[in-house]
Design a protein around this ligand. Structure first.
Ligand SMILES: [Zn+2]
Length: 92
């Protein structure tokens, strides 16, 4: 008789019945960021903006660029920002 083993197996079964753990959606999507330090500017801005969603990130960067860098919100400018988006989180 191995009561201890039986108990462990029962626990494993229970976990399967109760359902799988929540899916790590954030890890699947990945974090994205734009680092202002990679874009030399007169203000020597050191800001890095990150988000899970590329549209969200683009919007935040455009707002920042307009207010801090006096940039023009043009389709071409947005394209440049999109190209500078990197996966992961900003280095510290
Ligand atoms: Zn900046």
């Amino acid at each position: 008789m191995t009561p201890l083993k039986d108990g462990l197996e029962l626990d494993a079964d229970k976990r399967d019945i109760l359902g799988s753990p929540p899916q790590p959606t954030e890890d699947v999507m990945g974090r994205k960021f734009v680092d202002c330090r990679e874009h030399p500017s007169e203000s020597h801005c050191s800001l890095a903006i990150s988000a899970d969603n590329e549209d969200e990130l683009l919007e935040a960067v455009v707002q920042h660029a307009k207010t801090v860098h006096g940039a023009q919100d043009t389709p071409e400018f947005r394209k440049q920002i999109k190209e500078s988006i990197k996966p992961g989180t900003p280095p510290t």
